[in-house]
Design a protein around this ligand. Structure first.
Ligand SMILES: O=C(O)CCC(=O)CC(=O)O
Length: 247
């Protein structure tokens, strides 16, 4: 598996990996990269099936997506890193904290879905739709969930969704449809910052808030007047939280 990544910041600084949301790629971290790169070696990567990474035929699983990140660390000869992920990328972060705890120092999980296996059919349906009609068929609805109407700068994110390979998007929907991270939350030992928002209709806050009491020592932040892609719409709020937790 060849994963695309973009590296910024001092080569000898502590490593922070950035994992994106479904249908997006490493470009979505533009509002964070320069701030984080002042202190960290920032590695923003594309999940398999996304951006410039390989696009094997699906379905994928959360084990595949998490295993790719561990292999990326191995390939870069990085023993330990911190990890920031949003949505699909946040679920991958929880998987990493559960399954490769020795490789991860600190974790930030932003709007992470944790048990979509409880209701898999919408994800199976979305995979079928995207395989049949492409990602353009879900772009308007996705942007409507990801941003409040007053946020206007959505064109770069629209372009990422349009650029996302249909097979990669669909196969990651299938990965989400079988993902249940709840049983091993209590095993997580890394310090975790959980972030949710008051207006997230993709991964509603009521599915994220309970995770904070199940992950030992987790800290929870609820961002007001924000929807799902809060890293993109509210960097002034999110970036200081990231720096404070990762430093
Ligand atoms: O955004 C993600 O990575 C997955 C969660 C989701 O519901 C995506 C969406 O709103 O399309």
């Amino acid at each position: 598996m060849r994963l695309n990544y973009v590296e910024t910041g001092p080569a000898d600084a502590p490593v922070v990996l950035l994992g994106s949301s479904l249908g997006a790629d490493q470009r979505m971290w533009a509002p964070q990269v320069d701030v984080l790169a002042q202190r960290f070696r920032v590695i923003a990567f594309d999940h398999r099936g996304h951006g410039g990474s390989d696009v094997p035929e699906g379905p994928y699983t959360i084990d595949d997506l998490g295993g790719d990140v561990v292999e990326l660390l191995d390939a870069l000869e990085v023993e330990q890193a911190s990890y920031v992920g949003i949505s699909l990328g946040g679920a991958v972060g929880l998987w990493l904290a559960q399954n490769a705890p020795e490789r991860f120092h600190r974790l930030v999980a932003i709007c992470p879905p944790s048990n979509l296996a409880a209701n898999p059919q919408p994800w199976i349906d979305r995979a079928a739709q995207v395989r049949a009609e492409g990602t353009q068929s879900i772009t308007d609805a996705t942007l409507g969930r990801w941003f409040l109407p007053e946020f206007k700068d959505t064109d770069p994110v629209r372009q990422m969704l349009l650029d996302c390979p249909a097979e990669g998007y669909a196969a990651c929907c299938e990965a989400l449809s079988t993902t249940n991270l709840l049983p091993k939350l209590a095993d997580i030992t890394a310090p975790v910052l959980l972030i949710t928002t008051d207006s997230d209709t993709s991964v509603p806050p009521e599915t994220v808030v309970p995770l904070a009491s199940q992950i030992p020592g987790a800290h929870l932040e609820i961002i007001e007047n924000a929807a799902h892609l809060v890293t993109y719409s509210h960097p002034d709020v999110i970036n200081p939280l990231l720096v404070a937790h990762l430093a």
